[in-house]
Design a protein. Structure first.
Length: 416
């Protein structure tokens, strides 16, 4: 006996008919006659096998139809856990420093001037890398950099660690990848050249703009009030010319939303050949209040204009089919002093610490780590929800901080 999956949706969009599976993202476009026929047999789908066996087979193969004995909720959770623990991949996010060369008003971190990862902690990171790549199951190691402004530690931390990781990975035929969350001010040609020499020319850089030249230079203040918009834009173009990937984040508020019209005009000067390596994304600064319908309308207009001009654009208004890196057991954050964290979206304080990196490269987790990891799939309301495949139960950090009860929906709580 079979049934339609609880995660199968019937969609009629402006007279176009689709069946969509939320678990795997599969979709089938149908004419109205077949669409209605399938819907009419929804309560006894096996009858469709006698009417249209090929269609029935495809519905089953693509996950729209499943065996009635299958526990879909448990199967979905098990698939999440396999990704959480995937032995073929390990992600290390390193904070070389919590110092920064900008002073953005909305930054949630407490900058620590002069802080830098020392040799002892670096040696511990290297031992961790050695341990991980010695696992015969590992196929890809990602070592990325956060902060603070990570590129302040290029010479002392980043380049030595990447050089070591590259050598070790090559010796064991393991793929090494890297990425940077940076303000882009220090992203200059010598750094790009060194990355290319390491074979990391596909590295990605997440860089933010706070509007046009006037808005950005008021918000993202450099040392001595030095303007940074033109520096960042020039460095973005330089990286694109060298075939690196850029994730350009537009930090918008009700006050600066109109400034992005000029940013788009500036981006249009980027040659078409380079635009495929540039992905734009609008993100509202959370301290700036709720999203109004008018604010959303402006963002959507910008998104459409960018897409019309050949740019790849994401949006924070839609669910994204992924599991948060911080919820994965194969992803960690190492602060410059050896403290361990899971999430980069919170202050790197003693109170948020989830453990420490020992001298021999061992990860020593504390009770906060285990509490966080155990709360992921603890909400029975989430397990019953039809959007669980793309929501994944919501943010574990929020669950702990806001003490969201297991009888409420975090997504709905955040949206109200």
């Amino acid at each position: 006996m079979n049934k339609f999956s609880k995660y199968t949706y019937f969609l009629n969009i402006n007279g176009l008919y689709f069946i969509y599976n939320l678990t795997n993202g599969q979709a089938i476009a149908l004419n109205s006659k077949i669409y209605e026929r399938i819907k009419s047999t929804a309560s006894s789908i096996d009858k469709l096998n006698n009417i249209h066996p090929d269609l029935y087979k495809n519905l089953h193969n693509f996950g729209f139809v499943v065996d009635t004995e299958i526990d879909e909720e448990q199967s979905l959770i098990e698939s999440f856990k396999r990704l959480d623990k995937n032995p073929e991949y390990f992600n290390i996010i390193v904070n070389p420093t919590l110092d920064c060369n900008l002073n953005c008003w909305y930054c949630y971190e407490t900058h620590q001037k002069g802080s830098m990862m020392n040799q002892q902690v670096m040696d511990s990171v290297k031992k961790l890398i050695e341990t991980k790549i010695s696992d015969n199951k590992l196929k890809q190691l990602n070592v990325s950099f956060f902060g603070g402004e990570p590129l302040l530690g290029w010479n002392n931390v980043i380049y030595p660690l990447l050089s070591y990781a590259k050598t070790q990975c090559e010796n064991r035929n393991i793929t090494l990848s890297t990425g940077f969350t940076t303000n882009g001010v220090l992203l200059q040609r010598p750094i790009l050249k060194k990355l290319a020499e390491l074979g990391l020319e596909k590295s990605s850089f997440q860089i933010s703009l706070d509007g046009n030249r006037q808005c950005h230079d008021k918000s993202r203040v450099g040392i001595g009030n030095k303007p940074t918009y033109d520096i960042i834009m020039n460095n973005i173009l330089l990286a694109l010319e060298e075939n690196f990937n850029i994730s350009l984040r537009f930090n918008y508020t009700p006050d600066n939303i109109f400034c992005f019209k000029d940013v788009i005009e500036d981006l249009k000067s980027i040659p078409l050949a380079f635009r495929e390596n540039l992905r734009c994304n609008f993100q509202k600064i959370w301290q700036s209040g709720e999203k109004s319908e008018n604010l959303k309308k402006n963002v959507f207009n910008y998104i459409n204009e960018l897409r019309d001009n050949g740019f790849n654009v994401g949006s924070d208004f839609i669910f994204h089919r992924h599991i948060c890196y911080a919820d994965k057991e194969n992803s960690i954050v190492i602060n410059y002093n050896g403290d361990l964290f899971k999430c980069t979206a919170r202050e790197f304080s003693n109170g948020n610490r989830k453990g420490v990196l020992l001298n021999d490269g061992t990860l020593k987790w504390n009770d906060k780590y285990f509490k966080r990891m155990n709360i992921k799939y603890s909400n029975p309301l989430c397990l019953k929800c039809k959007i669980l495949p793309i929501c994944n139960g919501g943010c574990s950090t929020n669950k702990l901080e806001k003490k969201i009860p297991t009888t409420s929906c975090q997504r709905r709580t955040n949206m109200l």
